[in-house]
Design a protein around this ligand. Structure first.
Ligand SMILES: Cc1cc2nc3c(=O)[nH]c(=O)nc-3n(C[C@H](O)[C@H](O)[C@H](O)COP(=O)(O)OP(=O)(O)OC[C@H]3O[C@@H](n4cnc5c(N)ncnc54)[C@H](O)[C@@H]3O)c2cc1C
Length: 215
């Protein structure tokens, strides 16, 4: 069976990226169709550690990522506080670690704008009693725990509240084009055997690790 649909934007993949993008577009007044071949967060977004990075982890090797993490950490705590538990995080140096790295850590955090507090070994042990007691240096940062399921489902709910739609169990299998411009997304729904031909001017590829295949 074939069905015709129309949407301003078709977002492929309902992980944290696709659900966030769908909500963003819906809030801007576009009609949005969010398409997921499995279920919400059935890709990497449902299998991660739920660590909302402060940026400290990347401060040494990747300043740009550290800055982005800090920005996103601050933003998520503001727009989705119900999904975030502000646990805080510790970076500790122990015997065997590179002493130069430890001495430089604070300046790397500062260069990336990642907030930190240098704390004593006693304070670190009081916060986390199972940490190696031979601490040489300890830094408290703004790492947090994020519930990626709540985040995506809340984004989907708000997308729907703004007129958007979610199709699960449905895979993008092809597109139709007019020259270089995509005109239709072709979707197949498992189980029902329905093929959707969606007229659209915009397909957003939010397929995570499968983005190359979708592209
Ligand atoms: C083991 C692990 C631990 C991690 N831990 C953390 C962490 O602690 N903190 C952190 O910030 N990040 C972590 N990450 C990274 C984080 O999980 C990912 O960056 C994030 O989930 C990516 O989201 P996404 O929406 O881009 O991709 P995904 O969540 O993978 O979503 C892509 C979706 O696209 C769908 N899809 C693919 N092809 C099609 C198609 N043709 N049609 C329809 N749908 C399609 C897939 O089914 C999938 O649901 C971790 C990753 C892994 C693997």
């Amino acid at each position: 069976m074939k069905r015709q649909l129309k949407a301003d934007a078709v977002v492929i993949g309902a992980g944290v990226t696709g659900c966030g993008v769908a909500r963003d577009l819906a809030l801007r007044g576009l009609s949005v169709l969010l398409v997921e071949r499995g279920d919400v967060n059935s890709g990497a977004s449902g299998g991660n550690h739920g660590l909302l990075h402060s940026g400290a982890r990347y401060a040494f090797a990747d300043k740009e990522s550290a800055e982005e993490c800090h920005e996103e950490n601050t933003l998520l705590k503001k727009v989705a506080p119900q999904c975030v538990e502000a646990t805080g995080g510790l970076f500790v140096g122990v015997p065997g670690d590179d002493e130069n790295d430890m001495a430089d850590f604070a300046s790397h955090l500062e260069a990336s704008g990642v907030p930190y507090r240098k704390i004593s070994a006693e304070e670190a042990l009081a916060l986390e009693p199972t940490v190696n007691p031979d601490i040489i240096a300890a830094y408290e940062v703004e790492d947090a725990a994020v519930d990626p399921f709540m985040l995506s489902l809340d984004n989907v709910a708000d997308t729907q509240a703004h007129g958007g739609e979610l199709l699960c169990g449905t895979e993008l299998v092809a597109v139709k084009r007019d020259g270089k411009r995509i005109t239709h997304a072709i979707l197949e729904q498992k189980g029902s055997g329905i093929t959707f031909e969606v007229e659209t001017a915009c397909v957003v590829n939010a397929a995570g690790a499968w983005a190359g295949k979708v592209a």
